[in-house]
Design a protein around this ligand. Structure first.
Ligand SMILES: Cc1ncc(COP(=O)(O)O)c(C=O)c1O
Length: 365
């Protein structure tokens, strides 16, 4: 029985050779590939600047530090990877959660207003699973209330919202290149994108030990640089991103068609001409989720659960902030229903059909 993984990064000889070439011929950190990758990524997203970092977490944390949120609330969704909230704590801010929307799993704009207080500094939506948030509503609230709008685009490389790429819609966008993401750098890595030149300079300084010049440091910085070899790898990956995202969308359409009469399961939103998702994950809402997941695993099909525990119910957040459950009912319910089916650009139609067939059998179709 062929095993189908949940995700599989694409690694070609061209990528490996580009990385090896950078290792042999460039400075290992802040070599020329880093700046080439940043230039290409900024061009791709349509922003003035892109600054690379050593992870998506670093991208978010240094963004919040660069913006200065210490002591101030930052609003985000509780239905995300834990790093989305950790970075607020790490930057000295106060994580302020908001419930998710059943329709697209993203932060629910109608709940954002009630989370805003007099000192709220920023609103940080997450384009979860690669599906763009309702940025028109969120942008209008941010503007009215004077909040900085930060996109956690860690799962949304190449997603488009009303003609703009994810990462170019808010004040700043943050990306992760973790190996399962829509593109990787062959290891951990991250990027911020922005038109704000001062912010880009502050983040570039923070990632490089707070350096103004070789031996002069005027802020407390970090070692958060992307290695040159990873940047060279990422530069080659970026060339394939659009084609890979097209393939992800085709797989999503195939899944949705094959599962359309399975009433126990709701497929993810497919977008339209204005909202173009990139299916970092193909996450369905389904009944008897854990039993189905085990059934698929038994059949050699790996799936994921994103996320079985909303962030506010993680032990550390319960300890630190006293959450008890029931605060964000939609996210809590979704965390029991979400199942991520395998999706990756080299997945074949036959593999998609096999996954769909096992699901249909499970529900007795
Ligand atoms: C929504 C979201 N935010 C933040 C991160 C953190 O990125 P990284 O793992 O590169 O630190 C991830 C990815 O892992 C993510 O999916």
């Amino acid at each position: 029985m062929e095993r189908i993984p949940a995700a599989r990064p694409t690694v070609t000889d061209e990528m490996v050779e580009a990385a090896a070439n950078a290792l042999r011929n460039e400075k290992m950190v802040l070599g020329e590939s880093v700046f080439k990758f940043e230039e290409a990524f900024a061009r791709y997203t349509g922003t003035k600047h892109a600054i690379s970092l050593s992870s998506g977490t670093n991208a978010l944390q240094l963004t919040l530090e660069g913006l200065g949120v210490r002591g101030k609330p930052v609003i985000t969704t509780t239905l995300s990877f834990v790093a989305t909230a950790n970075v607020i704590v790490q930057a000295g801010g106060v994580p302020t959660f908001c419930d998710a929307s059943q329709a697209d799993n993203n932060i629910e704009p109608t709940k954002v207003r009630q989370a805003i207080g007099p000192s709220t500094a920023a609103l940080m939506p997450v384009h979860l699973f690669g599906h763009p948030c309702d940025m028109r509503s969120l942008g209008a609230i941010a503007e009215e209330k004077g909040l900085i709008l930060i996109e956690d685009a860690c799962q949304a490389h190449g997603a488009v919202y009303h003609g703009k790429k994810a990462g170019s819609i808010g004040h700043v966008g943050c990306f992760s290149f973790y190996p399962t993401k829509n593109m990787t750098v062959g290891g951990d890595g991250g990027m911020i994108t922005t038109d704000d030149t001062d912010l880009a300079k502050r983040i570039a300084k923070l990632r490089d030990c707070g350096r103004v010049s070789r031996y002069v440091h005027d802020v407390i910085g970090y070692t958060s640089r992307l290695n040159s070899s990873n940047a060279a790898f990422g530069l080659v990956q970026l060339k394939h991103l659009d084609q890979w995202n097209d393939r992800r969308r085709a797989i999503a359409r195939l899944y949705t068609g094959l599962l359309k009469d399975v009433v126990e399961l709701t497929p993810p939103p497919m977008g339209d001409k204005d909202v173009i998702p990139v299916f970092h994950l193909y996450a369905v809402h389904c009944q008897r989720r854990d039993v189905l997941a085990q059934h698929l695993i038994d059949k050699g099909i790996e799936c994921g659960v994103h996320y079985p525990v909303p962030i506010h119910l993680q032990p550390v957040y319960k300890d630190l902030y006293g959450f008890k459950g029931g605060e964000f009912p939609v996210a809590e319910k979704l965390s029991q229903m979400l199942l991520s089916l395998p999706i990756f650009p080299t997945m074949t139609d036959d593999q998609v059909r096999r996954v769909a067939e096992e699901i249909r059998q499970f529900y007795g179709r």
